[in-house]
Design a protein around this ligand. Structure first.
Ligand SMILES: Cc1cc2nc3c(=O)[nH]c(=O)nc-3n(C[C@H](O)[C@H](O)[C@H](O)COP(=O)(O)OP(=O)(O)OC[C@H]3O[C@@H](n4cnc5c(N)ncnc54)[C@H](O)[C@@H]3O)c2cc1C
Length: 418
C-alpha cells in the first residue's frame, strides 16, 4: 500500500469521481445556503456525503442543533461513486482480524458491523426512506489463495463468534447460484441501496428538524477548549461545541493517521437484464481475495461489477486507466457470469480510502478532544459511517467504552499476514 493521499485543500468532487454512476441523479440535491455571517451551533458536521448525513440525522434526533457544511453539492463526492453493498463482513476476514487483534476483538468488530447494517435497515424502515434499500445475502466466493479449506476455517471462526452463514461446496454453489468457483460462504443480514437517495433523504430529515445546510469551505480548525472555531475561506467563521469531520477521502493534515492510504477503484453497470439472466437471491457477490472483485444487481436489474483497484491516488493517472479497467471488468463479468448481457450503461472510477487493517477511523482527533473524525473507509464505508454516527453521538454525550479504541485514529498501523 502506498502512503498516498489527496490534498485537503484542493481536492474537488471531480477528483473523487470520474464517469457516471447509476444513482438517483434525476432528483435534486438538498439546497445549501451561503454563509452570510458568523454563526454558532452545538455540532458542526463538515461534509455532506453519506457519513455527514448519517451523523446529522442521528444528532438532530437526539436534540442537538446541527450545521452541515459542504464546499460542493451535497452527496456528489465519493457517495455518488459507491456501489452501496451494505455488508457486515469487513474487507479483512475474521481470520485476518483475529491474527491482528485476537479472536475476542475481531469477533466484536464483526458483531458491531452486523449490528450497524441492522441499524441502518431499521432507520430506513422507520422513516420509510425511498432509496431502493433491500436486505440481501452475501456470497463470499473462493478466489486466489482462498479455497475450500480457508473458507471452511473462516466460517468456523464466524460461527464461534455467533455469526450466521452456511458453507457451499463446489457442487452446491454451482447448482444454487450457477457460479464456477471452488466454494463459498452464504450469509444473511447485508443489504443494498441507492447511496445518493439515502444520503439526500437523511439530510432532508435532519433539515426538517432544523439542521442548517451551509455552503462553505472549512480551511482551518481551532479547538479552543470549550468551542471549536472553524475558519472558512470567506470572511465568516462557524463556532461549535463539537465538530464532526465527515470529509470523506480528504482529511485535514492534523488528522492524517499512519494507517490510512488512498487508492483507486473502478466499477461499471450493465444495461437492465431480463430476470432469467440474474443469479439467485440477487446476492451481493464478492471474492475472498485482496483486492477483490464484487457484483450486485440494482433495483432496475442492472449488474454492477467493481474492483480492479490500483494503489494510486493521483486522479489523472486513475482517470487515464478508466477505459482499460472498464474493458477488464467487462471481461471478468463475462467469465464469472456468462449469462449476463454485458452491454455497458455506466462506467466510473473513484478515489478509495483504505486502512491497513480494513477498519474505520472513528473517534476524537488526538490532541483535539472536541473534534471527532468519522472516516468509514474501505468496502464497508457506509456500514462504518453508520457506526461512526452512533459512536460519535455517544462520545459527545460523554460515554466512553473500551471498544471505541478498536477504531481509534492513533492505533498503530497493522497489516494482515499475507
Ligand atoms: C468505486 C467505489 C465503490 C464503493 N463501494 C462501496 C460499497 O459497495 N459499499 C460501501 O459501504 N462503501 C463503498 N464505497 C465507499 C463509500 O463510497 C464511501 O465510504 C462513502 O461514500 C464515503 O462517504 P463520505 O460522506 O465519507 O464522503 P463523501 O461522499 O466524499 O463526502 C464528503 C464531503 O465532504 C466535503 N468536504 C471535504 N472537505 C471539505 C471542506 N474542507 N469543507 C467543506 N466540505 C468539505 C466534500 O465536498 C464532500 O461532499 C465505495 C467507494 C468507491 C469509490
Amino acid at each position: 500500500m502506498s502512503a498516498s493521499s489527496l490534498s485537503f485543500e484542493n481536492t474537488s468532487h471531480d477528483d473523487l469521481l470520474t464517469g457516471r454512476s447509476p444513482w438517483g441523479m434525476h432528483l435534486k440535491a438538498p439546497e445549501r445556503v451561503a454563509l452570510t455571517e458568523s454563526i454558532s451551533t452545538d455540532v458542526a458536521v463538515v461534509g455532506g456525503g453519506i457519513t455527514g448525513a448519517l451523523a446529522a440525522e442521528h444528532l438532530t434526533s437526539l436534540g442537538h442543533e446541527v450545521v452541515v457544511i459542504d464546499r460542493e453539492q451535497l452527496g456528489l463526492g465519493s457517495t455518488r461513486a459507491s456501489t452501496a453493498m451494505l455488508q457486515w463482513e469487513t474487507d479483512s476476514s475474521l481470520a485476518d482480524l483475529t491474527a491482528l487483534y485476537g479472536f475476542e476483538t475481531a469477533a466484536h468488530v464483526y458483531r458491531r458491523s452486523r449490528a450497524a447494517v441492522a441499524g441502518l435497515a431499521e432507520l430506513v424502515a422507520i422513516h420509510r426512506i425511498a432509496c431502493v434499500f433491500h436486505p440481501r445475502p452475501t456470497l463470499y466466493i473462493a478466489a486466489g489463495e482462498t479455497g475450500d479449506r480457508q473458507l471452511r476455517e473462516e466460517l468456523d471462526l464466524r460461527h464461534r463468534a455467533g455469526l450466521p452463514g452456511v458453507f457451499l461446496p463446489y457442487l452446491s454453489l454451482r447448482k444454487e447460484f450457477g457460479l464456477d468457483r471452488e466454494a463459498a460462504i452464504l450469509s444473511p443480514g447485508s443489504a443494498e441501496a441507492d447511496p445518493l437517495l439515502l444520503c439526500w433523504s437523511l439530510l432532508d430529515i435532519a433539515a426538517s428538524r432544523g439542521a442548517r445546510m451551509i455552503a462553505a469551505n472549512a480551511v482551518n480548525f481551532h479547538d479552543e477548549g470549550k468551542r471549536v472555531v472553524i475558519e472558512t475561506d470567506g470572511p465568516y467563521v462557524i463556532e461549535a461545541a463539537q465538530v464532526v469531520l465527515a470529509t470523506g477521502y480528504v482529511m485535514p493534515h492534523f488528522v492524517m493517521p499512519e494507517t490510512h492510504a488512498t487508492a483507486s477503484s473502478f466499477a461499471l453497470s450493465t444495461v437492465p437484464q431480463s430476470p432469467d439472466r440474474l443469479w439467485a437471491e440477487r446476492a451481493l457477490i464478492w471474492e475472498a481475495s485482496d483486492p477483490y472483485l464484487y457484483m450486485r444487481v440494482t433495483a432496475d436489474n442492472r449488474i454492477i461489477i467493481g474492483g480492479e483497484d490500483e494503489e494510486i491516488a493521483d486522479p489523472e493517472k486513475r482517470d487515464a486507466m478508466l477505459w482499460d479497467k472498464t474493458l477488464k471488468l467487462k471481461e471478468k463479468l463475462t467469465k464469472l457470469w456468462p449469462k449476463a448481457n454485458a452491454t455497458i450503461s455506466h462506467a466510473w472510477c473513484g478515489a478509495f480510502g483504505e486502512t491497513s487493517d480494513g477498519l474505520p477511523l472513528i473517534g476524537p482527533v488526538p490532541g483535539s478532544p472536541n473534534i471527532f473524525a468519522a472516516y468509514g473507509y474501505g468496502g464497508n464505508g457506509i456500514t462504518f459511517s453508520y457506526l461512526a454516527s452512533r459512536m460519535i453521538a455517544a462520545m459527545i454525550a460523554g460515554d466512553s467504552q473500551a471498544w471505541f479504541e478498536d477504531f481509534a485514529l492513533d492505533r498503530p498501523k497493522r497489516t494482515p499476514p499475507a
